[in-house]
Design a protein around this ligand. Structure first.
Ligand code: MTE
Ligand code: MO
Length: 391
């Protein structure tokens, strides 16, 4: 599972962006991962991490998880009791909703938020009990009547004071939580080892296909509610605000009217050649292009990736790489990313671009442009390597 390409994972705390209200949090704790992780099919050790507060270091033996809210019999779990339940494996690409925010900023206009390039994503093997099994055990009705269609399952981490709230929390619709096909788990392991502290160890939620913000790390309370989580990051962040909302003041009136972002859209990114690089064509005038593609939250996997070296006039189909032998058979692949490669003919010149676009199982094609939103979330315009010098 060696490194296959590098993805630019730069980000900076953009000056005009949302002011990082760091308060008492040591700045080194707010770092969001290495500058340029190596991308292999399974992201092994250098995946991004995103923390809205300090990383708590929790002894597994002292951690408890409460299940409460609209359930028949509230319950407590320990890490040991979670380990004793049937374990389910999920291979999924976990991504921050702000992945590719830099491209939205630079190709459309200024946005607020950490200046993520293309590396706020990792594709890992997660393992742990199914959320649906835990919820059934405490007596959540499987038959959802009309009222219950609006119910949410809220995840909280009360041991982490955050920049914008006293704790971290998020919620997903109860229907998704109860749907076995949605593969929501409480991960105790990542890549066949105990979940590392920075990724939420000893236990985190993993909601495949949904914005990473809902996969609450160090989760210590799960509540069935008739409303969404009241947490700041559910209510006032991670939403696709309408394009007319252009600053924080006008956003104030819009947060409660805008749905929380859940499923992420079909996406793809060009990783090789990197932006701004000089590329020498081979003897046939061809250039090798590599990248990743991300499935949408409901119609994975990615079934096709195409590449264009003439601004979208013509497209060549990329080859989607086979999944490594050691990963095959470990789980369904509908939540995983696809790594792809293509050879395209490119004209010599400067400031050239190479574009990519992915198609999902339902035939949805990644759009050329993605509508701008103030927080720069869920950007999925064509993948691009820009400012290339082709020799
Ligand atoms: N859970 C807690 N408790 N605190 C957090 O700050 N960040 C969320 C989510 N879960 C967060 C959290 C966000 S915004 C993302 S994108 C993912 O975790 C990142 O997961 P990772 O750090 O394992 O990559
Ligand atoms: Mo995030």
């Amino acid at each position: 599972l060696g490194a296959w390409m590098m993805i630019d994972n730069k980000r900076r705390d953009h000056q005009q962006g949302v002011k990082l209200n760091v308060r008492d949090i040591p700045t080194e704790r707010l770092k969001d991962g290495p500058a340029a992780p190596e991308f292999s099919f399974i992201t092994l050790s250098n995946g991004y991490d995103r923390n809205h507060g300090p990383i708590p270091h929790i002894l597994p033996s002292s951690h408890t998880l409460t299940l409460d809210g609209l359930v028949a019999t509230p319950a407590h779990h320990t890490i040991t009791s979670l380990q004793q339940l049937p374990q389910h494996t999920v291979i999924c690409a976990l991504q921050c909703a702000g992945n590719r925010r830099h491209t939205m900023r630079t190709s459309i206009k200024e946005v607020q938020g950490l200046d993520w390039f293309d590396g706020a994503v990792m594709n890992c093997i997660f393992r742990g009990p199914r959320l649906s099994a835990l919820l059934r055990a405490v007596g959540v009705l499987e038959e959802l009547d009309e009222e219950r269609q609006r119910a949410h399952v809220a995840f909280a981490c009360r041991s982490q004071p955050c920049q914008e709230d006293a704790w971290y929390g998020a919620s997903i619709p109860l229907a998704r939580a109860l749907d076995e096909g949605a593969d929501v788990i409480l991960a105790l392991e990542m890549n066949d080892a105990a979940l590392p502290a920075k990724h939420g160890g000893p236990v985190r939620v993993v909601v495949p296909g949904v914005a990473g913000a809902r996969s609450v790390k160090w989760v210590d309370r799960i509540s069935v509610l008739m409303v969404e989580s009241a947490n700041f990051y559910q209510q006032h962040d991670y939403k696709v605000l309408p394009p007319e909302v252009e600053d924080a003041d006008s956003a104030a009136a819009w947060w409660h009217r805008t749905p929380a972002l859940q499923e992420m859209p079909i996406n793809s990114v060009v990783g090789v050649p990197p932006n701004g690089s000089t590329v020498k064509r081979d003897t046939e005038g061809m250039v090798t292009v590599k990248g990743y593609a991300l499935p949408s939250g409901s119609n994975g996997p990615v079934v096709k990736v195409e590449v264009s070296a003439d601004e979208g006039e013509s497209w060549v189909e990329a080859e989607i790489l086979e999944v490594p032998e050691e990963v095959k058979g470990r789980g369904r692949l509908l939540w995983a990313w696809s790594l792809w490669t293509a050879r395209v003919k490119v004209e010599k010149g400067e400031r050239r671009r190479i574009l990519s676009r992915a198609t999902d199982r339902a035939g949805v094609v990644q759009p050329k442009v993605c509508e701008w939103n103030l927080r720069g979330v869920a950007y999925n315009g064509y993948g691009e390597a820009s400012d290339l010098t082709i020799r």
